[in-house]
Design a protein around this ligand. Structure first.
Ligand SMILES: [Zn+2]
Length: 422
């Protein structure tokens, strides 16, 4: 048995990258676009060659099923997303799909059949580039949009999801039709590039993911007094932008002081009225914090509210958090993590690095319904969502071998696993 062949994985990555490759080498493959559909068609063909039966659900998620000895048993599922961000890299999402296909292909070559069916999943719209909703395809599977109307979801040009669906010959009832029955799934594994620099810095070939971070977004308005930039004395000003600058700096310093506990980003800023000769009266900004621990996330929120209050007092500005949107951190279940540790051992590797994921993933959505786990392989210099996205292939080969061993273990297991944390 030849097992996993990394050259084939690399070749599949290059072939997939041809769908949506830009002149500069980056990849733009938005969901439902021509490049996406062609990639999906190619993937279906490759899955078929690897002995899988291919289906596409009502919203556009693609699944290849490798039959098990006992078809009635709930399936083991693995995979990742097929869409990319604009000008993204060729590994984000794609690697998790082709790695899974390579595992199945090696079984087919060896004439090996698992007890349970194994499904390779290629989700649609994980990046949220079209509708602004991250992990959209997985969320639909999880039933999060079952009560929504496909006319209500629009892209930035006002084009509705219902139009995207009808163009594809998909039914208007897609948001209901694509909901999965989670009792039909035993477990889910996702292999993904880390997208951070931890593994590269530590020179580790792969890591097992313990938690997926929570994300806390705050919409903040600082209201001072717009006034004449020449006639208003410096000690009489209520400058909203100066207050905002102070807040931004303090939020940044506090996140640094947390020593890896959480990260904070201010990525948007709107200044009104926005004229050279007018003191800024109103500033709107958004603060995003992320932590693997929900207590940490809440503490960061409380601290942010206190900083806002203090900055407001100092500059005579009123600061309010007008809206807050929190998605809590998700601890991946110990049962799956333990299976992954045993897979590492079975592959003959020393105990793996374990770490949280600082990016959101489909596995976080599915983990609420199906016992789920994740494997990270290195991102060179931590670069992702960019043309320079790259991995160390010898390391990736080890991560894929862990995926292979874990899938084999899970797919031969009679017992069920729990979705709960430690
Ligand atoms: Zn991704």
């Amino acid at each position: 048995m030849k097992g996993i062949q990394i050259e084939r994985v690399q070749a599949m990555i290059e072939q997939l990258a041809d769908y949506g490759r830009n002149a500069d080498g980056s990849i733009t493959r938005p969901s439902y676009g021509p490049a996406y559909l062609a990639a999906q068609e190619w993937l279906a063909e490759v899955m078929g060659q690897a002995g899988m039966e291919v289906t596409r659900d009502a919203v556009g998620n693609l699944t290849g099923t490798y039959a098990g000895q006992e078809e009635a048993l709930p399936a083991v599922m693995t995979g990742s997303h097929l869409d990319t961000v604009p000008n993204g890299g060729r590994l984000d999402g794609a690697l998790g799909i082709v790695a899974a296909i390579e595992c199945v292909r090696s079984w087919q070559e060896a004439g090996w059949r698992p007890l349970r069916p194994v499904k390779v999943l290629a989700t649609i719209e994980e990046e949220g580039s079209i509708f602004g909703l991250g992990c959209f395809g997985a969320r639909v599977m999880a039933g999060e949009f079952a009560g929504s109307n496909p006319d209500d979801l629009q892209d930035k040009h006002g084009r509705r999801l219902s139009e995207f669906l009808s163009d594809q010959g998909l039914p208007p009832s897609a948001l209901v039709d694509a909901v999965i029955d989670s009792s039909r799934y035993h477990s889910f594994l996702e292999l993904h590039i880390e997208q951070g620099e931890e593994l590269d810095l530590k020179q580790k070939p792969f890591a097992l993911v313990t938690d997926i971070v929570g994300i806390d977004r705050h919409w903040i308005t600082l209201s001072g007094q717009a006034n004449h930039a020449g006639t208003t004395r410096m000690d009489r000003r209520r400058d909203a932008l100066v207050a905002a600058a102070c807040l931004i700096q303090q939020v940044y310093e506090a996140a640094i002081a947390s020593n890896g506990g959480y990260v904070a980003t201010i990525g948007t800023l709107t200044v009104s009225p926005g004229a050279t000769n007018v003191i800024p009266g109103v500033v709107e900004l958004r603060v995003e914090t992320r932590a693997a621990d929900n207590g940490r996330l809440e503490a960061a929120h409380t601290h942010l509210a206190a900083l806002l209050e203090a900055v407001g007092r100092r500059y005579g500005v009123k600061g309010v958090i007008s809206k807050r949107h929190t998605t809590p951190a998700m601890q991946l279940p110990e049962g799956v993590l333990q299976e992954l540790r045993l897979a590492v051992e079975a592959a003959g590797f020393p105990p793996a690095e374990e770490m949280p994921s600082w990016a959101g993933h489909d596995a976080k959505i599915l983990a609420e319904h199906i016992p789920s786990g994740m494997i990270f392989v290195p991102s060179i210099k931590g670069i992702s969502h960019a043309r320079e996205e790259e991995t160390y292939w010898e390391a990736a080969a080890q991560g894929i071998e862990v995926l292979n061993q874990a899938l084999k273990r899970l797919a031969c297991q009679r017992e069920t696993l729990g979705t709960g944390g430690k």
